[in-house]
Design a protein around this ligand. Structure first.
Ligand code: PMP
Length: 435
């Protein structure tokens, strides 16, 4: 028996021993096409020579220097790289080791910002139902997934949840996307008014919802309206791009496609592409300045913030994406993937919707296509699809959850940006076998 405390204590997984471009190889030599990038992580595939060299070089010179004593070169260069390309107003970067930590930092930056400017009563957070923002206690409290939260309640952060922007199930018959977006922005505004704007700190949302809904983009204009509502009431906007950011949807930041900026943006996964654990919170100038001119000290920190090797790896990943023009490739491959999915599964009796952006695509599974009836609540469907896909030599990311009392099952696809067209055919063939 393995002595690893794995989160699935009743399942056995194959042992991964090697990465090879878009494939992972297990101890028995079986190859798996990584169509989910793990969980939207492995944007450059698994054995990129330049990234490996950058890590070797950095470890050889300086692996780590604690940030209570030093900054380091890769950390400074990576911060410059990100700020130069970030949406307007974001002027500094707080580095952490992953997505949940990035969300925690964003929550505490928001809270400290209001303390610094003399509005400490603004501590209430608004997020969306059926959202996932991480598993540490603050990030877990933010997420709107009832079953994840339940056994850990009471949670530490005051949060209320409004509807996600989920056109397939949320947009009413005869309602235009614009009207739907406006209705949701009203719902957010009503919630702010119900709580009292003077007590609301921030609204948190993913620009394209990943794990919990399966690559669901917002309807056009939704985020611009949300931004207006937040501004009207002095509420900060936190965009969680842990999954959808760093090029996955075809632009470096998914927010670019919404035409909005944010007060805080969280990134992780594709930032380091899995080569090293790293995440970051991009901070607006307004927040940075309030803290710099106030107490001058952000009351937060982890041992590994700004880890030199992790920053060097992320810098190599992000430079590779830019130098190899992989964002255009994401858009082009994304279209190819979408066409193939529509072609193969467009008439499938149990595929109700195919949606997404770039190399971030989702299929919603339904018992009945005509009335969108979801499958009966059970976690077995995900497990069965995942098992069948792994048997077929494919990694995909099936998930399910209850939204407004209705079960929604989906499969998320988030493959590396380095695929060839033949991999798209292989992906769709293997997915078909699994389904
Ligand atoms: N936010 C979002 C949107 C995520 O998808 C995830 C991870 N699935 C997280 C936060 C948490 O990231 P991590 O698992 O790296 O802590």
């Amino acid at each position: 028996m393995s002595h690893v405390f794995h989160r699935h204590l009743k399942q056995r997984y194959p042992t991964a021993v090697k990465g090879d471009g878009p494939y992972l190889v297990d101890a028995e030599g079986r190859r798996y096409l990584d169509a989910s990038g793990g969980a939207a992580v492995s944007c450059l595939g698994h054995s990129d020579g330049e990234v490996i060299e950058a890590i070797r070089d950095q470890v050889g010179r300086l692996a780590y220097a604690h940030t209570s004593f030093f900054t380091n070169e890769p950390m400074e260069t990576l911060a410059d790289f990100l700020v130069e390309r970030a949406p307007e107003g974001l002027s500094s970067v707080y580095f952490v080791s992953g997505g949940s930590e990035a969300v925690e930092a964003a929550l505490k930056l928001a809270r400290q910002y209001f303390i610094e400017i003399g509005q400490p009563q603004r501590r209430h957070l608004i997020a969306r139902r059926q959202s996932y923002h991480g598993n540490t206690l603050g990030a877990l409290a933010t997420g709107g997934n009832a079953w994840r939260r339940q056994q850990f309640e009471p949670l530490l952060v005051e949060v209320s949840h409004v509807s996600p922007c989920y056109a397939y199930r949320g947009q009413a018959a005869g309602e235009t996307p614009e009207a739907y977006g406006e209705r949701l922005a009203h719902e957010l505004e009503n919630e702010i008014l119900r709580l009292g704007p003077e007590s609301v700190m921030a609204f948190v949302a993913e620009p394209v919802v990943g794990a919990t809904l399966g690559a669901v983009p917002a309807v056009p204009g939704y985020f611009r309206r949300v931004r207006e509502v937040c501004d009207r009431h002095g509420v900060l906007l936190i965009l969680d791009e842990v999954m959808c950011g760093m090029g996955r949807t075809g632009s470096l930041f998914a927010a670019e496609q919404e035409g909005v900026s944010a007060d805080l943006i969280t990134i992780a996964k594709g930032l380091g592409g899995g080569y090293q654990p790293i995440g970051a919170t991009l901070v607006s100038e307004r927040i940075r300045r309030a803290i710099a001119e106030g107490s001058g000290f952000f009351q937060h920190g982890h041992t590994y913030i700004g880890h030199a090797t992790a920053c060097a790896a992320a810098l190599a990943v992000q430079r590779a994406i830019e130098e190899r023009d992989l964002l255009s490739r994401v858009r082009w491959l994304g279209e190819g993937l979408r066409e193939r999915l529509l072609d193969r599964f467009g008439d499938h009796p149990h595929v109700g919707d195919i949606r997404g952006r770039g190399l971030f695509q989702g299929l919603e599974l339904v018992a009945d296509r005509a009335d969108k009836t979801p499958f009966a609540p059970s976690r077995k469907l995900n497990a069965a699809i995942k098992r069948a896909a792994m048997e077929a030599g494919l990694m995909c990311y099936p998930m399910g959850g209850t939204i407004d009392g209705q079960r929604g099952d989906h499969i998320l696809l988030a493959p590396p940006f380095i695929l060839e067209e033949s991999h798209l055919d292989e992906l769709v063939d293997k997915l078909d076998t699994a389904l």
